[in-house]
Structure formats: structure tokens, C-alpha cells
Design a protein around this ligand. Structure first.
Ligand code: S5P
Length: 249
């Protein structure tokens, strides 16, 4: 999965994952069409779509595949292993279309096995991104918790990587030194307009995040609320790629 992501990122010269936080199927489809060439992955919150239907969602995932995008459901699973496995099925059947999902490790490491079992149940493979840090102010993912998530996640083959805080480059650099080079770090809380966002969100600069060790900047409103989402996506892609070139010297 990591190889696939890096291939797409290299082809598009973009380390950007679009947080496609729109609440209609038409809005989501329009977004993929506009920004597909400039982003390497697509993050969804399937339960915030007002007119969701299985058929419309299948068409959306097909459009994402055509645009060569990994599909990442940001479900932030947190329950015990067996329930997480069951939640991969259910109405939204996340296991059948997601390549990546997010999870908190608060309930212990079996959640990763539960999510992996979910994909196995339908003969698919996927990767888990564990929340090691968050971008929102006052969050409770304190450094000792982060350290435990990293220590346990690094050892687990089902863990694709970690969510790190894109709004604080110093925190992110600290996370990268703990994670090492074997797992991904993807970072929300990124916007070209650095500073405080709505309802406690905080934003850092995309290039700074990549320089601090991010493998992928997750950008939502900076793209989907822009007057010209395609142009905005290109600007984020360029900033992320310039960061990678600079980091690699
Ligand atoms: O700590 C986090 C973790 C995540 S996954 N902070 C976040 O903001 N996110 C997600 O990233 C959040 O659920 C949203 O979909 C996206 C950020 O969107 P933006 O509009 O603030 O860029």
C-alpha cells in the first residue's frame, strides 16, 4: 500500500491527500473531477454525506480509482477488536472500498487485528493509520500516549503509519524521530493560511510539514472551500513536492 501511494505521489508530483468533506454525492463527484490530477489520495467521512446510497458510493469509488486515488476512510475506529471488525461491515461496508482507515489505539492493539480481519473477510487488503497526534487544540494525545502508540504501531505489519500534527512542525519532527523510516506519517491541520481555524482546528504550512517529516499532507477546506479547487490543489501539490525535493537535498 505504501509503495502504491509513493508511485501515485511520484507520478502526480503531489504529497497531498484531499479531505473530501462535502456532504452531497454531487459535491464529492465534482471535487474528484476537479482535483484528481493534483492529489494522491482521497480521505472520506462516509457518514457525513446526506444523500449517501450504496450505488452512488460505488460510482464515487470508481471515479476515485479512475483518477488513480487511494481511498481512505477517516472513521477513527476506537472500539474493541471484534466490534471494529463488525464496524468494517454494516451499512457502509467500509472494508469493501477503503484502502486505508484511521484508528485510535485507546482500546489496545487488538483493534488493528480487528480492522485487518475486516478486510480479510472480503478478500481485500488495507492499512491502518493510527492517531499518534492530533491537530485540534487541547487534544488529549499527550507525549507519553504518542510514544506508546508509536512503539506498538511500529511493530505491527497491519499498521500503515501514523497521523501526526501538521500544525506544529516541531511536534511533527519529534514524531518522525520516534517513528523512524519504516512507517508513514500523514498530517492534517495543513493550510497555506497558517493559524487558527474553526472550532479549535489549527493549521501549519504544507512545505514546513513535509520538511518536518510528513509523507502526506491532508488538506480539506484549503482545497474544497477554495473558489477554484483545482488551482488550490495544484498549489498544495507544488508546496508539498517542493518540500520533498528540499528535504531530500
Ligand atoms: O488530528 C486530526 C486528525 C484528522 S484525520 N485533525 C484533523 O483535522 N483530521 C481530519 O483532517 C479532519 O477529520 C478533517 O477531515 C481534515 C481536516 O480538514 P480541514 O478542512 O481542517 O483541512
Amino acid at each position: 500500500m505504501a509503495k502504491r501511494y509513493m508511485e501515485v505521489a511520484t507520478e502526480k508530483q503531489s504529497l497531498v491527500c484531499l479531505a473530501a468533506d462535502r456532504n452531497t454525492m454531487a459535491g464529492l463527484m465534482a471535487l474528484i473531477e476537479a482535483v484528481g490530477p493534483h492529489v494522491a489520495a482521497l480521505k472520506t467521512h462516509v457518514d457525513l454525506v446526506d444523500d449517501w446510497s450504496p450505488e452512488a458510493w460505488i460510482a464515487f469509488c470508481e471515479a476515485a480509482a479512475q483518477a488513480n486515488l487511494l481511498v481512505f476512510e477517516d472513521r477513527k475506529f476506537a472500539d474493541i477488536g471484534g466490534i471494529s471488525r463488525a464496524q468494517m461491515a454494516g451499512k457502509y461496508d467500509i472494508r469493501s472500498w477503503s484502502d486505508l482507515v484511521t484508528a485510535h489505539l485507546i482500546s489496545g492493539p487488538d483493534i488493528v487485528d480487528g480492522l485487518q480481519a475486516g478486510w480479510s473477510d472480503v478478500g481485500r487488503q488495507g492499512g491502518v493509520l493510527l492517531l499518534a497526534q492530533m491537530s485540534s487544540r487541547g487534544n488529549l494525545l499527550h507525549p507519553a500516549y504518542t510514544d506508546e502508540v508509536v512503539a506498538k504501531g511500529k511493530e505491527h505489519a497491519g499498521v500503515f503509519g501514523f497521523i501526526g500534527n501538521g500544525s506544529r512542525p516541531a511536534e511533527l519532527a519529534g514524531l518522525r524521530s520516534k517513528v523512524g523510516d519504516t512507517k508513514m506519517i500523514w498530517t492534517p491541520g495543513v493550510n497555506l493560511a497558517v493559524g487558527d481555524g474553526a472550532m479549535g482546528q489549527r493549521y501549519g504550512d504544507p512545505m514546513e510539514a513535509v520538511l518536518a517529516g510528513s509523507d502526506c499532507v491532508i488538506v480539506g477546506s484549503g482545497i474544497h472551500k477554495a473558489n477554484d479547487p483545482a488551482q488550490a490543489a495544484k498549489a498544495y501539490a507544488d508546496a508539498s513536492w517542493a518540500g520533498l525535493m528540499k528535504r531530500n537535498g
